[in-house]
Design a protein around this ligand. Structure first.
Ligand code: GCU
Length: 427
């Protein structure tokens, strides 16, 4: 008995210790708040039909997120993308998959920036000439980190130093080969009839504050004079996902109408913003996306707007700083971001120990998006209370909170696969 209590005490202490100190983790200290109206136009008119939503309210909300949160893609952001297949094999993953590595040059062939997309597709479907639904998303450490297959090269770009994967001097190395394979579950995907297409997020914009010069920030117009509502890094990463989608539309082996976009953490904030900006993504999934992702900002539980703007000043547009300690003044909150996915299926995943990301706030933004799905006669989260641990819920707005901490793992993927198979009518 004593031992059990010790284990529980240890688990609680280690959870508490894993979270940055000085922030609120106490539900009773969440301030009273009122969410901005979803179903009322900026002019004060009620939104009562799906057509009103599509024609008026959706674009108003999208514009507010561009102006105040993520920033706007510059008008001249059009690329004549050149794609070059770098490598291909039909003997991947023990002969079960086709692997394709495609380089997307955004400026001109042979020049940076380029996005290296790693694709795995079930071999049997490719052989039968059938296009395959895929999951897509950006990875943190390079394509080589999601697989042990040596044909996938280590990237030569800037890398965040990270002792856990052995990245030093801002360079990636062989040490991270396969290090985060559990976050992608490629074998499970292939077995379940899906493909995977992923790319290193640093190919699009290196994840540090350099005054907006590197990555695609330097590609269009003047990077020196970005306005307060010009794109931050999350918006560039989302834009990069759309360029990958441009490629999927040209690859006959990929079913570009059945692409689910997903991401963990900052890249979960990115998958949500990509899904909002680009309705070609048929399903949108975020894992542990937290502040600036699925979590409601007004709750100020765990990470706050001020903290995120201070630690990561390059993620959002400069206007977002105005809401440091003033979450209640934001003209949007994150339930409106979730609602921008409607009527497409969206899935929000939390982890119980990841209190920094505010699991309850992530659930609530899904729940509060329900009225928009209702306009389309679609059922959203169904349940109105946050479900028990490891109990996935929801119809068009899926949600679960699994055991464990900040990560994406097999449990998460099993739920995403079930959700996608149901909505892509694969069962
Ligand atoms: C930090 C940050 C989070 C983010 C996470 C990640 O914890 O505060 O907002 O989601 O990094 O991307 O790993």
């Amino acid at each position: 008995m004593k031992y059990v209590w010790l284990v529980i005490l240890f688990a609680c202490t280690s959870v508490a210790q894993a979270q940055p100190a000085g922030f609120n983790y106490d539900e009773s200290k969440v301030p009273d708040y009122e969410l901005p109206e979803l179903l009322q136009t900026n002019a004060g008119n009620p939104v009562t039909t799906a057509a009103d939503w599509q024609k008026v309210r959706r674009s108003e909300i999208l514009e507010m997120f561009r102006t105040h949160v993520y920033g706007r893609v510059p008008e001249d952001a059009v690329t004549k993308m050149v794609r070059v297949i770098q490598e291909e094999s039909d003997e991947a993953l023990g002969g079960t998959a086709v692997r394709r590595q495609v380089r997307l040059y955004l400026k001109a062939q042979g020049e940076e920036p380029f996005i290296d997309v790693l694709i795995y597709l079930p071999k049997s479907r490719v052989e039968e000439g059938k296009s395959t639904p895929i999951f897509t998303g950006l990875n943190f450490n390079g394509n080589h980190s999601i697989t042990t297959e040596e044909e996938v090269p280590v990237h030569q770009k800037w890398a965040r130093n990270d002792a856990r994967v052995g990245h030093r001097n801002n360079r990636a190395s062989e040490s991270s080969r396969g290090a985060t394979a559990h976050r992608w579950q490629v074998e499970l995907l292939i077995k379940s009839g899906f493909g995977l297409a992923t790319a290193y997020y640093g190919d699009i914009d290196p994840d540090y504050d350099d005054g907006w010069e590197n990555g695609v920030h330097g590609l269009f117009g003047s990077s020196k004079n970005l306005k307060a509502d010009d794109w931050g890094s999350i918006a560039t990463w989302a834009w990069g996902l759309s360029r990958m989608m441009d490629y999927f539309e040209q690859d006959d082996d990929i079913d570009h109408r059945r692409v689910a976009v997903t991401g963990l953490s900052r890249l979960g904030k990115t998958s949500l913003w990509a899904g909002a900006e680009d309705e070609r993504f048929a399903i949108v999934i975020s894992t542990d996306s937290g502040c600036g992702g699925a979590a409601l900002s007004r709750r100020m539980f765990g990470e706050t707007v001020k903290r995120i703007n201070t630690s990561f000043p390059h993620w959002f547009c400069d206007n977002f700083v105005k809401y440091n300690d003033r979450e209640h003044r934001l003209p949007v909150d994150q339930h409106m971001l979730v609602a921008l996915m409607a009527p497409r299926p969206v899935y929000i995943a939390s982890a119980v120990e990841d209190v920094w990301a505010d699991p309850k706030g992530e659930f609530l933004s899904g729940r509060e998006a329900n009225p928009v799905y209702k306009l389309f006669a679609r059922r959203g989260t169904i349940e109105l209370e946050q479900p028990a641990i490891n109990t996935p819920i929801g119809d068009f707005i899926g949600y679960h909170m699994r055991t464990g901490g900040h990560d994406a793992n097999e449990y998460d993927w099993e739920q995403y696969i079930k959700f996608a198979r149901r909505h892509f009518e694969m069962d």
